[in-house]
Design a protein around this ligand. Sequence first.
Ligand SMILES: Nc1ncnc2c1ncn2[C@@H]1O[C@H](COP(=O)(O)OP(=O)(O)O)[C@@H](O)[C@H]1O
Ligand SMILES: [Mg+2]
Length: 419
Amino acid sequence: MVEDWITVMNSDPMRQYRARRDEAHRNVKSKYNILGFISSGTYGRVYKASSKEEESRLYAIKKFKPDKEGDVVTYTGISQSAIREIALNREISHVNVVALKEVILEDKSIYMVFEYAEHDFLQVIHHYSQTMRTSIPPAVLKSLTYQLLCGLLYLHQSHILHRDLKPANILITSSGVVKIGDLGLARLTYQPLLSLYGGDKVVVTIWYRAPELLLGAKHYHKAIDCWAVGCVLAELASLRPIFKGEEAKLDSKKNVPFQKDQMLKILEVLGSPNAEVEWQGLKDMPEYQNFKRLDPYQNRLWEWCRARTLTQSAYDLLRLLFTYDPDQRMTCKEALMHKWFAEEPRPTANVFQTIHTQHMPPHRRITQDDAPSMMPAQPAVSHPPLQMQGGTQSGSTGFGGLSAGTQGMHNTRRKGRIN
Ligand SMILES: Nc1ncnc2c1ncn2[C@@H]1O[C@H](COP(=O)(O)OP(=O)(O)O)[C@@H](O)[C@H]1O
Ligand SMILES: [Mg+2]
């Protein structure tokens, strides 16, 4: 009887499939050496790793956070952001968009393995403002902007909106190639677009947010990314965010407030838009009544640019990227054909080509101790059982190591899950 049952079980095609799959499955640690921890972001933790198979080639491994309710780690499936980021990344391939090498599922955690980028725009800005104490050289500024636009043009032509372009999400390899990263908030343009507060409840930095979003636009398009490129270019040129507004928080009823301070920061530089000439849709925007109460401002973008020694052409490009009316705002394609890029110094394939080695931004910092869940497993015997964080039994789900801190580390070791 029992033998019959075992025979039936063993001939179950699903069971056979799983056995074959598990046999072929190689876990993260068998393919990569984890060199250290890079960053803990919105959706997970990022590690620097080298391949065990390809002559120590470097990768960044993003381990997604599990769902959390307060302090309690719950497993309710794969997060929406992970699915979106994986789905989009698998379809795309462009030199200026960070490449996804593979996705590994292990112990109910998702690991996305990306090509490694040694620098990012935020780090370059920091390097010039804090260490060099000088502005970014024009050739570098132009090359960074040009390659960013090339990557974004590709995304837009693939019907993808990035929606979270900001210096920390724009990477640069050690050979000076710009790579747009973090497609965690990206969307296909033909999908219905909720407000940025909708659905996933993630609030992106408001400093790069286009005016139509600040005014509550229900329908927005690629132009929001082009506005963000303007903000990034201006930040590279002045080494600080151009529109650094204070964010108004959601009220107790979770109503989305009008981002008045952010809007004012924009008006102070670009002046008040003219509803008759410049932006006819302005009056129809949901937040128009709030907007109308703001004082009128003069445009002083040219003065802003002159104070930062930007040329007339660079000013013209910024002016066009900062067009208030999203339907008239400059597109990536138009921006790439702008005369600023045709003028000397021309953009270079290696953005650092004109920089002396001594003046290169430093390598990305990694830390060892902050990466408990990814550290090599220790012998399992010597650790006494530990209380789980928040009283959860998450250890049994394999998530123990993710919740940061040493409890996670001990838990992971005790279970001997990562080896
Ligand atoms: N491919 C990569 N190479 C090197 N560092 C990376 C890479 N991808 C991300 N990072 C680092 O990790 C940080 C967080 O990654 P990101 O993809 O932006 O996730 P999040 O959604 O958490 O912001 C980045 O700001 C960057 O510093
Ligand atoms: Mg990010």
